[in-house]
Design a protein around this ligand. Sequence first.
Ligand SMILES: Cc1cc2nc3c(=O)[nH]c(=O)nc-3n(C[C@H](O)[C@H](O)[C@H](O)COP(=O)(O)O)c2cc1C
Ligand code: SF4
Length: 457
Amino acid sequence: MTPDQVLDQFRATGVQTCFHGRHIEPQIYAGLDGTNWRLADYEARGGYKALRKILDEGLTPEQVVAEVKSSGLRGRGGAGFPTGLKWSFMPRQFPGQKYLVCNSDEGEPGTCKDRDILHYNPHIVIEGMAIAAFAMGISVGYNYIHGEIFATYDRFEEALEEARAAGYLGDAIMGSGFNFQLHAAHGFGAYICGEETALLESLEGKKGQPRFKPPFPASFGLYGKPTTINNTETFAAVPWIIVNGGPAYLECGKPNNGGTKIFSVSGDVELPGNYEVPMGTPFSKLLELAGGVRKGRTLKAVIPGGSSAPVLPADVMMNCTMDYDSIAKAGSMLGSGAVIVMDDSRSMVESLKRLSYFYMHESCGQCTPCREGTGWLWRVVDRIHNGHGKATDMDLLNSVADNIQGRTICALGDAAAMPVRAMIKHFRHEFETLIQRSDVPSTPAPAFRSSTASRSA
Ligand SMILES: Cc1cc2nc3c(=O)[nH]c(=O)nc-3n(C[C@H](O)[C@H](O)[C@H](O)COP(=O)(O)O)c2cc1C
Ligand code: SF4
């Protein structure tokens, strides 16, 4: 599709991507129109000013790390770990090779913000990574890009070429003594490769399976060398911080929750899309930007941070602000910022069945609680949905979830267990109503079939 066609589609539908103008104080999506992604466009928007400032004014790596620490920037990949603190873990004086990795795998259902950053503003990620590399004394970096977005991958390669030709990447950047080689790497679409250590395995050409931690990537990362991994949006936030200062970034969000955040709003809203707003924006405002709940419907529930985040009922959500602390206090997670809106037409049992199937399918199979437990969860929810649930199934679901959570190598196990517990906690009656049904045929008919689905619970 040409840029004009993308724009036409957006004008016709009003729902496309990120260049719709319905953001609040955007920093990453600011000034984008769907076509102005090239280096000259980025420079016209003030791009590479932050890197130039660092090199021209002779800022030290320690000063850059301190600026990022003062901004309150927290990792946008899901866990919300403070970025400046993570950067300070990198052993800068380590004598061998060190690596910087950008996590653009973006596999979390509901999340589609990073691909828009890469597609419509790729240089902001390149500049953010170059600044991070300078701050941590790193000379080689990779951007691991989701396997199914070919056009975006190609565009990022083009942007890398532009940056190299202009002297923003490579040796002696802008005539300084700073060298940074940045490469793109294409994933193959496995959700688990978004987990940082599985990503490193995949980048090394191996099967993408998470590693035991510790050791953490800061000491044993890519090819066993010290490595820092951040999400695409995290890197994209950095140039603004350097140009405007950490305190200004913090001020535009909430204490401990600096800056803007991009929310991918999907589901039962009139205008699904990516919305960049200051941290701490009320959920009700975000919903309004996305056109509100579908006409004629009312809000039932929201998954506020991607499919791994526990669901919250409408009344709880309407009292939340969109930041890590408010959503955590309400019993869920801001996660990757994928806001899945569900109206009163949605069956929670059916929704959970779909989610459970996803985690069963994506489990890498290394640990028994996750490999076996995700299959159990799906099969039990499936039989409840089919009207063949047993009175003991609610306890069984909670027990299987208990036996997965906190007992696995990586957080995929937790991600599979948490939605189950939250759905039962808030919408137990829907499960019980189906379990008590008597008007069902005696032979269950599973909706999904897979190799693992044939095993019985
Ligand atoms: C199963 C699983 C999938 C993940 N997928 C992603 C992903 O697609 N993108 C991402 O940035 N982080 C993902 N993460 C989190 C990463 O492991 C890591 O915490 C993150 O990239 C760190 O970047 P940040 O500090 O900037 O948030 C995932 C974690 C798990 C457990
Ligand atoms: S928790 Fe699941 S996905 Fe993660 S390592 Fe274990 S089996 Fe693999």
